[in-house]
Design a protein around this ligand. Structure first.
Ligand SMILES: Nc1nc2c(ncn2[C@@H]2O[C@H](COP(=O)(O)OP(=O)(O)OP(=O)(O)O)[C@@H](O)[C@H]2O)c(=O)[nH]1
Ligand SMILES: [Mg+2]
Length: 349
């Protein structure tokens, strides 16, 4: 009965081998195409929800529209229908375990509510996806009140950490917060310059050292500057190019120790940035980072360029990681706070 799932599972095992390797640029053409739909910051006529919907367009096409097609092609609710739904969810990167759980619950609901018309299954599926995402009682809001707060941004290279920091600085500044950023990715000069560019665009202060400097020393200076300038939020970039888990753990632990010692009263967020276009690879990265440090939330970027948005469901249910922000484009205002109800509405409506 799970023949399709097992086929898919092998593919996922292959992807797991690529842990900590991002697939940067994989769906570039899709990203470009989708970004052309966006308007300039400040001139956007789209509402928050319309923008989210546009950002999830490919996921809706890859998942919900296929579900609708399948439901239309059946005249009764049978085992084969559930198998087809299962396959669509797995292909949309909902993940095998999460998909099986959703389908089991769906079957229970169909039985309990004596649903015989395939069209009746849609609403139940939507509800069960929402339920499973909210089940562990995750709080999707950034915990940065009361001030001060420090946000450490981690993730493998190319996932969108620096871009997210730029967008988030802009967002928080617009909300009236005083923001400062620390260029903790000292791996290459270009990374520091890129963050400096974002600090200009968002009009927030930045603390940086030279290429090759100790990241923990940059964060230390960032903390001193945040205190002296009475900033509400300090956002720290980190390097994505740490080749193995041990290096990653050492570097992050050093940074955590500095924060612990120098800024013990600051609220703390450790945001793991994952690239939605990498689907199951993002899941593998979440596993590795969860082992290395206490991730408090996920930023899922590049949702605009992928049909694999179903990965959000697995992150929240299987890994108990609240998705706090989603990236839906490359522009400064293409970052949104994540909310499960809006997500489910956006893909099902
Ligand atoms: N379409 C789209 N592109 C994004 C999004 N977020 C980031 N990007 C693009 O992804 C690419 C990589 O982003 P960076 O912010 O440099 O990624 P990083 O994680 O800092 O990478 P390293 O510094 O190399 O570790 C850039 O071209 C960004 O414009 C998003 O939400 N949507
Ligand atoms: Mg970067």
């Amino acid at each position: 009965m799970f023949k399709n799932l097992f086929k898919r599972n092998n593919k996922q095992e292959e992807l797991k081998d690529k842990e900590l390797v991002s697939e940067d640029g994989k769906e570039d053409s899709l990203i470009e195409e989708s970004n052309n739909l966006k308007e300039e910051p400040g001139k956007s006529k789209l509402s928050f929800f319309d923008k989210l919907k546009a950002g999830l367009d490919k996921t809706r096409k890859g998942m919900t529209e296929k579900i609708d097609g399948i439901l239309k092609s059946y005249t009764k609710v049978d085992e084969e229908l559930f198998d087809d739904l299962e396959e669509i969810l797995v292909m949309a990167d909902v993940g095998v375990n999460t998909t099986m759980e959703i389908i089991d619950r769906l079957k229970d609901r169909v039985r309990e509510e004596k649903v015989t018309d395939p069209n009746g299954v849609r609403e139940l599926l939507k509800e069960e996806i929402g339920n499973i995402m909210k089940e562990s009682g995750l709080d999707n809001r950034l915990q940065i009140e009361p001030s001060p707060a420090v946000i450490l941004v981690v993730g493998v290279n190319g996932v969108g950490k620096t871009t997210t920091i730029g967008k988030l600085s802009y967002k928080l500044k617009k909300q009236g917060k005083k923001v400062i950023i620390a260029a903790g990715d000292t791996f290459r000069a270009a990374a520091i310059e890129q963050l400096e560019e974002w600090s200009k665009r968002a009009e927030v202060d930045i603390v940086s050292h030279m290429e090759g400097a100790d990241p923990a020393a940059v964060i230390y200076d960032g903390i001193q500057a945040a205190k002296a300038r009475k900033c509400d939020v300090l956002i720290c970039d980190t390097a994505g190019r740490l080749h193995n888990k041990k290096n990653l753990m050492n570097e992050l632990n050093k940074i955590f120790r500095v924060i612990e010692r120098e800024y013990p009263d600051a609220k703390r967020e450790v945001l793991l940035v994952l690239d939605a276009t990498t689907g199951q690879n993002a899941i593998s990265q979440a596993k590795v980072f969860k082992e290395v440090c206490d991730i408090t939330g996920v930023v899922l970027t590049k949702l605009d360029g992928t049909a694999k948005g179903g990965v959000v469901i697995a992150l929240q249910w299987e890994f108990s990681l609240p998705v706090k922000l989603v990236g839906i484009g490359e522009k400064i205002d293409d970052l949104q706070e994540f909310n499960t109800d809006d997500f489910v509405e956006a893909i099902f409506n």
